[in-house]
Design a protein around this ligand. Sequence first.
Ligand code: SAM
Ligand code: ZN
Length: 278
Amino acid sequence: MKHMNQEIVEQTEKSYDGVAQGYDDRHDASTNTQKRFWRILRPFSEYSKSAKSILNIGCGTGRVLEMLQNKNAIGIDISKGMLSFAKKKGFCVARADAHQLPFADCSFDLIVAGNGVFSYLNPEIIYDECFRVLADGGILCLHQYPQKIRHLRQLFSAPKTYTTKKYAIGDFDDYVNLATKSGLRLERKFQWRSLRQWPYVLPIYSPAQFLLTTHWVLKFRKPGTRSNLRKSLTWVCPSCFQDLLNDDTSSWQCSSCDKSYPIYQGFSDFGPIFDDEK
Ligand SMILES: C[S@@+](CC[C@H](N)C(=O)[O-])C[C@H]1O[C@@H](n2cnc3c(N)ncnc32)[C@H](O)[C@@H]1O
Ligand SMILES: [Zn+2]
């Protein structure tokens, strides 16, 4: 049987491999973009200060990891091209599909995903997977773009809808409902409108929120206290979740199934693994 995400994951990987070269220059080309990025993602760095173990999903070239400056942060991405830049910056990264994380349950007290990563992920799977690897009391913090964005001159007409080949899971309520279904609780939401000029970004409050928002940051929490956070990071086989053995320095071997995972250009390659490969 074909894995339900296979097509999207494969296409996404290919397209990010293709844009990895020069990605940082294009995205941080202007200081306005950088200022906006830092302002909107400030909750990531705030929460990271007290976190003991952080996962950055869809870390790409490491722009969010750079911002966190926390040595307990690890990044995963499916694009080797993007990861090679993050690796050059000295970050701890691995290639993995976010739907099949190579980590034991309760491994992290903070998960962050910046710049719309969740639009590439299957909402029926990703929130359960985050719930699994978060310790009780852990935080999932997402930065997403709404599907419908209104330009100021169109405030009273129909908003422009951005449809993509990715998962179109709708708007704010959908994100919240799906996360809640997995057991996560919404604790805070931040809404922003980008501006071309200073101050580059404006906080948006009700009742204008649905008309004006161009960025959301959502903070979810897994209920409980953090007592079951693992003392050290445990990598597991993303196919069967059993421990991995690292006998030689060039690969990991699963202790239970027959899978092995290469260590490639300094980072481990855990897949994606599709159903027909299992
Ligand atoms: C819009 S980019 C954001 C990159 C980075 N967070 C940043 O802020 O510069 C989305 C990233 O998500 C990664 N991605 C998409 N689908 C993924 C999946 N299934 N598993 C892991 N990473 C994925 C892409 O390869 C890409 O690097
Ligand atoms: Zn295995």
